[in-house]
Design a protein around this ligand. Structure first.
Ligand code: SF4
Length: 339
């Protein structure tokens, strides 16, 4: 996850909630991608460290548990950069230019110059992020599957050029672990995003959540109180489907379609559900808000563990690529001396 600062409900529903489950069943590595953040936000790095800490605090609030998973900061494990560099030697430019998000983001993000080497190469860095832990699975949404495929192609190309000490393949090809990503609209009905300023933060106090809900757009067909509406085309209806109990959802469908309830009442129920979902997270959050150093200590322990794992892979990678730090085996010199 990029170091974008405090997280919103879209981050929770789209990734974090699933990660909290995955930590029970898999040996998970989660990292805050500060180098990836620089691929688009390189011009001003003044907030990056605070943003990283804010992400970490929200992860802990959401229920990621340092006893069950490894959490770390990408740039604190420099081995990622070393593997990225080696991959950049073997990755054809055409592969990167074909990545669907490359052109799309260049067209959509107009206020930044994205004609940079780092921006083109960020899928290569992503490949290094995954392969350095020999990841078997990467939890992603449908839109990220192309990136995992590229990672698999890079692993294959690497394995084609270089072999391990017993002639084995060094890097396994990871599989995407498809995550259902329910549609989570922001208050203006578009996808919830910091860039649209339409978000509800995990850390928003109850009064702010209720206020934001009040301004949320609804089914445009419900102009007057007695016009019937349709929760399936209403962003508030989408929130109910994610956060409300089945009883509440039933009440919303019946009341909206018959114009038996008003939108203000319906939004109040949605706010209740969101406040109820966030309450245990905000309770956990308090501890780290009051003692952010404790969150930083957890990151540092995760950084150390990740560095150790990453270095194990890099020893193999350096050996395979002929770049190990050992004194050169004198085979060719000895051979020529014999001759
Ligand atoms: S009653 Fe609820 S679901 Fe129906 S239009 Fe109003 S806010 Fe949307």
């Amino acid at each position: 996850m990029r170091s974008t600062g405090k997280l919103h409900l879209g981050n929770y529903v789209g990734a974090l909630a699933n990660w909290v489950k995955l930590q029970q069943t898999h040996d998970c590595y989660f990292f805050i991608a500060d180098w990836h953040a620089l691929t688009t936000d390189y011009a001003d790095t003044s907030q990056i460290k605070q943003n990283t800490l804010d992400v970490m605090i929200d992860w802990l609030a959401a229920g990621l548990d340092p006893q069950r998973c490894t959490m770390f900061i990408q740039s604190h494990v420099p081995q990622h950069a070393e593997l990225h560099l080696l991959f950049s030697m073997i990755t054809p430019l055409g592969w990167l230019e074909r990545v669907p998000t490359y052109k799309e983001q260049q067209q959509n993000i107009k206020d930044k110059d994205l004609n940079t080497y780092g921006f083109l190469g960020y899928p290569v860095l992503q490949a290094a992020d995954i392969l350095i832990y020999k990841g078997d699975f990467v939890p992603v949404g449908e839109d990220q599957v192309a990136h995992i495929e590229l990672t698999r192609e890079i692993a294959r190309r690497f394995n084609g050029f270089y072999k391990g000490s017993r002639n084995q393949e060094v890097l396994p090809e990871p599989q995407p672990l498809l995550t259902p990503t329910p549609k989570l609209p922001g208050t203006d009905g578009r996808k919830m995003s910091k860039s649209y300023d339409n978000y509800i933060l995990i850390s928003d106090p109850e009064s702010v959540i209720r206020q934001k809900l009040k301004t949320m757009v609804t089914d445009p067909a419900r102009v007057r109180r007695n016009d019937p509406g349709n929760p399936d085309v209403c962003p508030v209806g989408d929130l109910h489907k994610i956060f409300s109990s089945s009883e509440t959802v039933e009440k919303v469908y019946a009341g909206c379609r018959s114009a038996g309830i008003g939108c203000i009442e319906c939004k109040g129920w949605a706010a209740d559900s969101i406040v109820g979902t966030l309450a245990p997270m905000q309770e956990r959050r308090k501890k780290y808000e009051n003692d952010p150093r404790a969150a930083w200590d957890i990151i540092e322990a995760g950084n150390a563990k990740a560095r150790k794992e990453a270095e194990i892979t890099m020893l193999e990678v350096r050996e395979a690529t002929g770049l190990s730090h050992d004194f050169p085996a004198r085979r060719s010199g000895a051979d020529s001396a014999k001759r």
